[in-house]
Design a protein around this ligand. Structure first.
Ligand SMILES: C[S@@+](CC[C@H](N)C(=O)[O-])C[C@H]1O[C@@H](n2cnc3c(N)ncnc32)[C@H](O)[C@@H]1O
Length: 351
């Protein structure tokens, strides 16, 4: 939408006109952006499964750590009584602006611009120690991907950016132009599972010696030149995903965030996490297994003497995936995996 408006503005040559020092294009874009907030589009993935998984107590406190377009949050808040509270966290201010519209006419919610990796700190600032449920729907929203000016998309020609939090310093511009060839190859291989990572990293470094790589189109063209044609979607898809994951530090803190989130739950409280990438799913699975703990006593002992630590119980051993019906309506749900954990105090001597 904004890219389209931009295009029209450029056609009208408005970009060369200024009003009290501000380009007319920026003024028009900002006005339309406010309107476009109403159009923040994101179809929630595994919606019913998450709501069931959270097992909502109408008077409880729930955290949506990735509120985005409030698709899940709206369903949560519909289930809450006036005594219940929803806390919505997002690192994207544009998302939070849109949420206010999406959650009309409800008032029993608080919005926090922040990172769910700091969930304990965020709750403590709200004077809340424990909550009844937490939802994390990881990754980017369709809105962020579609909003071409955010620089996530290989299908456009915009400044390289890819920051979910636009107040953050590190952007794709620095990653692409300042990381070493080895670092780039590692990121592209690990986060993008891209077979041609080394060639892509090498060509990025060669090209940037001549000219700084500033746009999504420049990067996309270098990637296209670095690998043979394949039917596996757009050639730049994997590399763009990898750079986005690096810019937004999506994987490294995840294991600790999961443990921290479980520690923030009341007895019987549930944590639901949707992942879209094998590395995310691995981190969540490993953290759940660690949090559940394991009795190491000999099998024939009737009670536990090893006194293993446990924070609760994994609810579904296998991740829940989207149904055929959902996949027909939303292709984004294809790689989604939902894992649920329930907080339980371990009774001493339980095996
Ligand atoms: C997949 S979308 C969530 C969509 C939402 N569940 C819905 O149905 O509309 C992910 C959102 O989480 C935000 N996000 C990603 N990582 C985050 C983090 N570490 N802390 C806070 N927000 C994050 C993104 O900015 C994005 O808006």
């Amino acid at each position: 939408m904004l890219a389209y408006i931009n295009h029209i503005c450029q056609q009208l040559l408005l970009k060369k006109w200024f009003f009290i020092g501000v380009p007319i294009k920026t003024i028009i874009c900002n006005i339309i952006k406010r309107g476009a907030i109403l159009e923040f589009k994101h179809v929630p993935v595994l919606l019913n499964e998450c709501i069931e998984g959270l097992n909502i107590n109408p008077d409880g406190i729930y955290v949506d750590g990735t509120i985005g377009g409030a698709g899940h949050s709206r369903k949560i808040i519909e289930k809450l009584s006036k005594n219940g509270l929803l806390i919505g966290i997002d690192r994207d201010n544009e998302a939070l602006e849109a949420v206010k519209k999406h959650l009309e006419p409800y008032t029993n919610y608080k919005l926090i611009h922040g990172n769910h990796d700091d969930i304990k700190e965020i709750l403590s600032e709200l004077n809340i120690e424990k909550v009844d449920g937490i939802l994390l729907d990881l990754g980017v929203s369709s809105y962020q991907l579609d909003e071409k000016e955010r620089g996530f998309s290989y299908n456009s020609d915009n400044l390289l950016d890819m920051r979910m939090d636009q107040t953050q310093k590190l952007s794709a511009l620095e990653v692409v132009n300042e990381y070493s060839e080895e670092e780039l190859a590692k990121i592209i291989y690990e986060y993008g599972e891209e077979r041609f990572s080394k060639q892509i990293a090498r060509n990025i470094c060669i090209e940037r010696k001549n000219k700084k790589i500033t746009t999504t189109k420049m990067l996309s063209e270098i990637i296209e030149k670095s690998k043979p044609y394949s039917k596996d979607g757009h050639p730049a898809k994997r590399t763009f995903q990898a750079i986005r994951i690096e810019v937004n530090n999506e994987i490294k803190p995840l294991y600790d965030t999961v443990i921290q989130s479980i520690e923030c739950l009341k007895e019987g409280g549930r944590l639901c996490i949707i992942t879209f990438h094998s590395l995310e799913d691995r981190a969540v699975k490993d953290a759940y297994i660690e949090a559940q703990g394991k009795c190491t006593c000999p099998k024939d002992l009737p009670y536990c003497v090893c006194n293993y630590k446990s924070l609760g119980q994994i609810i579904n051993k296998k991740p829940i995936e989207a149904s055929e019906e959902e996949l027909k309506l939303n292709s984004r749900a294809k790689s989604a995996k939902l894992r649920i954990f329930e907080r339980r105090e371990k009774a001493s001597n339980t095996k």
